[in-house]
Write a new protein. Structure first.
Length: 541
């Protein structure tokens, strides 16, 4: 993300992460191009594979004593701190000059900063459902779609931890928007609600929920001796924002570098600064939470995960299948259990979080969880690329917001490797962000959106126009995803290989779209307001 001052090639260079130690090998593995091309790099990987096989054999031999030891260890607290619509790279630990996130930076410095964490579906409900169930979004029936129902048959990690003796709760935004009651649940899949304490927010658009205070309330109700599992989900930096709050907070628009899919406009810089103010509000609650844990002596026995659900609520980002939408901030701190000060390049999928939490608690994840625990990476002392098999990511979406005839979605599947992003748009005749007459609903209203909609220029086309059936981006060199190589004859073979690999993996995962049942996704009922539905618009013509 060049516009976040992250340098070239996936936006990273060795010195771009302020104050974090990186091993000499980290630079080599941090650059995916070198990773695949440098003989030294490949040799190192092979060596590590051999080491892993040896370690696996030793692990098998020692399985029983290890299992006993795991049960004897104290179960850690599990704390997920999740922002709403915060993009990767927008934190001061990345040397971005227009934002200050001391608490996130602290978690990154004292813990592990992940540079390749991805959601499988960059919109609130499916992304959060993936975290809770440990499954990719196309494996979640109705929960694939935004603002739908949450099917009861998929076990969620807070329930499993509660059954294992954890004290469980959430504040702010849990799973949602959507309807979990229809499926038979008695509470939000994130756990029992703790939203009692309110405050007077510093700016309009910021929620009145006092997340950190509600976390304290939760802690005060915890029975003695029980570990806790808490979900702190802020409503920030979701829109709307107080216009001008960024500048009023002392921020300088000139410091914001814009991505190439936006025109050079001061208004957009100011809109991004208003977003930054809300990210900082999220960070302030994280700071209070860390302080509270320190006060009660629980900081180091808490597995703290700080992340977001999807990218910033701006055109061509949130809800779209491009890098900035699904590449998520992720920092994890876990006392002495996870050696800190590391920067890790392994691909982490949101569905990997739930099995990791369960394994950290000494539990075996249920077979429904298709994600893969990365406890080994957390406990490792290494930086860079630790597990060479973690180098592939699938992304997709069906229906997000309404606004097309028959409540159709905009179906997409994509595959992301260290070098490439291949995107397959299955219905290229549809409008990717929603129909013009209903207001391009899969992009949150705001100053940047309306500014770009004023002119039907190339920025309009990039942000709201129709897209070809296939897109191919050399994402390590073009993280903004603006140079589509899908129709360049030079890349015919790589495109075919990526598409075949993607379809094979999706079939193995039981994606209904790959198994002849794509129509299912358009039959799912939308549980939110129909104010912007296509039929509502049609009726009022
Ligand atoms: Ca969101």
């Amino acid at each position: 993300m060049a516009w976040a001052n992250l340098g070239p090639s996936l936006g990273f260079g060795q010195d771009d992460v302020a104050g974090l130690h990186m091993s000499p090998g980290a630079l080599r593995t941090a650059n995916p191009m070198l990773w695949t091309c440098t003989p030294g790099g490949v040799h190192m990987r092979a060596h590590e594979i051999r080491f892993s096989m040896l370690a696996a054999c030793l692990g098998l031999l020692a399985y029983f004593p290890l299992a006993v030891a795991t049960q004897a260890a104290p179960q850690p607290n599990i704390l997920l701190v999740i922002a709403d619509d915060w993009s990767y790279g927008h934190a001061s630990v990345f040397n971005v000059p227009w934002i200050r996130t001391p608490a996130f930076d602290r978690v990154a410095r004292e813990g592990v900063l992940f540079r390749n964490a991805f959601t499988s579906n960059p919109k609130c409900s499916p992304s959060r459902a993936s975290i809770l169930t440990g499954r990719n979004s196309w494996q979640l029936k109705e929960a694939m779609n935004h603002n739908s129902i949450f099917p009861p048959e998929f076990p969620v990690y807070p329930d499993i931890l509660e059954q294992a003796g954890y004290f469980v709760g959430y504040t702010g935004k849990g799973w949602g928007p959507g309807e979990w009651r229809v499926g038979g649940r008695k509470r939000n899949p994130a756990g029992p609600e703790f939203n009692r304490y309110r405050l007077k927010p510093p700016y309009n658009g910021i929620s009145v929920v006092d997340y950190a205070r509600n976390f304290e309330d939760f802690l005060s109700k915890r029975p003695a001796g029980k570990p806790f599992c808490f979900w702190l989900g802020t409503h920030e930096p979701h829109r709307a924002y107080e216009e001008g709050s960024g500048v009023r907070a002392g921020k300088d628009p000139k410091l914001v570098l814009l991505p190439p899919y936006y025109p050079d406009a001061d208004l957009i810089r100011r809109d991004i600064l208003d977003y930054a103010v809300e990210v900082e509000w999220f960070d302030q609650h994280l700071e209070r939470v860390l302080k509270k844990l320190e006060e009660i002596g629980e900081l180091d026995n808490t597995l703290i995960v700080v992340t977001s659900d999807n990218g910033m609520p701006f055109p061509r980002v949130k809800g779209q299948i491009y890098e900035h939408a699904f590449h998520m901030p992720l920092a994890i701190r876990w006392g002495a259990v996870s050696p800190g000060g590391r920067v890790v390049d392994d691909f982490i999928n949101f569905r990997d979080l739930a099995p990791t939490f369960l394994e950290a608690a000494g539990l075996t994840p249920p077979p429904s969880m298709t994600g893969r625990s990365f406890l080994d990476i957390l406990k490792s002392a290494k930086s860079g690329w630790i597990d060479p098999s973690r180098n592939l990511m699938l992304v997709g979406k069906e229906r997000h917001d309404l606004g097309r005839p028959n409540d159709w979605g905009y179906p997409v599947r994509a595959i992301r490797t260290p070098e490439w992003l291949y995107v397959r748009n299955y219905e290229p005749d549809r409008w990717p962000v929603g129909n013009p007459e209903t207001g391009y609903r899969n992009c949150d209203d705001g100053p940047t959106k309306f500014f770009i909609l004023r002119r039907f220029d190339r920025y309009y086309k990039l942000c709201f126009g129709k897209r070809p059936a296939e897109e191919l981006y050399r994402v390590d060199q073009d993280p903004d995803c603006v140079n589509n190589l899908a129709y360049d004859p030079k890349f015919v073979d790589i495109k075919r290989q990526l598409r075949e690999r993607m379809e094979q993996l999706l079939r193995e995962e039981g994606d209904p779209r790959m198994l002849g049942n794509a129509a299912f996704f358009d039959t799912i009922e939308y549980m939110g307001s129909r104010d912007h539905a296509y039929d509502t618009w049609l009726k009022n013509q």
